[in-house]
Write a protein that binds this ligand. Structure first.
Ligand SMILES: Nc1nc2c(c(=O)[nH]1)N[C@H]1C(S)=C(S)[C@@H](COP(=O)(O)O)O[C@H]1N2
Ligand SMILES: [Mo]
Length: 263
């Protein structure tokens, strides 16, 4: 349960969030037909139940859930502890073959020419703005075996290698006090993450999968591997990165998936 935490500072902030969630939900539940829980039952637990009931076609309930999801993003951001590492696994646990997933079929995976490829960095940065693959490969690389969890109900352990994203952002002269890092992909997919997760020690700009050049289906030439977040927050075929304070949303996030997307 996300509202229980041993960090007393966050519990306090979360408790005040709980009040605003309830206030928000109450004002959304003006229609008597929707007062299904009654005044006294409109507790956090009751509100949580709303997401499981089948009023999801009701526009105002959707709006309410979206607002709750935004509050939920703040809460997840407060609870997120950059010192806590995602579990790592032995080589024997790597899934073979590792699953492929995208919003299209495997035959439509984008084809990217490694020679003309450039990674464009923009927004709140003052360092290098265009990167070739060789330049990315020249930055010290690390490897890690972690579990990828997809919201569609599967998970698999894999090994990704690449540049620590914090190191890459440092070399880009990124303003690490900015709120968001947005990532745009060759297939027009995009997502964005909070700066704390971008700077997490396990967040990698992955150039390899299981010791080989990242195959097209897993995101050639680069994917962001964020083992503290769900699969849809791990963009493949990245062509542009921007550092910004304006909420960038994302392909699935704009269709209702939770933005913080922690796993
Ligand atoms: N560019 C791009 N990145 C993407 C997606 C996509 O459709 N396009 N799908 C996301 C989702 S939902 C998942 S589960 C993972 C799947 O990655 P995999 O094919 O390496 O398993 O990629 C994520 N990153
Ligand atoms: Mo996914």
């Amino acid at each position: 349960m996300i509202f229980k935490t041993d960090k007393s500072k966050s519990s306090l902030i979360i408790a005040s969030h709980a009040d605003s969630i309830i206030k928000d939900a109450r004002s959304e539940l003006k229609n008597p037909a929707r007062r299904i829980f009654g005044k006294h039952m409109l507790t956090l637990g009751g509100i949580a139940m709303l997401s499981g009931c089948d009023l999801s076609s009701d526009l105002s309930v959707n709006t309410m859930l979206r607002r709750m999801s935004l509050l939920n993003d703040d809460t997840q951001g407060l609870i997120f502890d950059p010192r806590i590492m995602a579990p790592t696994y032995p080589e024997s646990m790597i899934a073979r073959p590792f699953p492929f997933n995208a919003f299209y079929d495997i035959d439509d995976v984008p084809v990217i020419d490694p020679v003309s490829y450039r990674l464009a960095v923009s927004g709140l940065v003052n360092g290098q703005k265009l990167w070739t693959l060789d330049e990315l490969r020249a930055i010290p690389q690390v490897n890690q075996i972690t579990r990828h969890i997809c919201i569609e109900g599967w998970s698999a352990i894999g090994r990704w290698g690449g540049v620590r994203f914090s190191e890459f952002l440092r070399r880009c002269g990124a303003d690490t006090t900015a709120k968001y890092v947005a990532l745009h992909c060759a297939d027009n997919y995009w997502t964005s993450i909070d700066m704390a997760s971008a700077l997490h020690a396990q967040t990698l700009l992955a150039l390899t999968y299981d010791g080989d050049v990242l195959p097209p289906k897993y995101g050639f030439p680069i994917k962001l591997r964020v083992p503290t977040k769900l699969g849809y927050k791990n963009p493949k075929h990245i062509v542009a990165i921007s550092v910004t304070n304006e909420y960038p949303g994302g392909y699935w996030e704009n269709q209702g998936y939770n933005w913080f997307g922690g796993s």
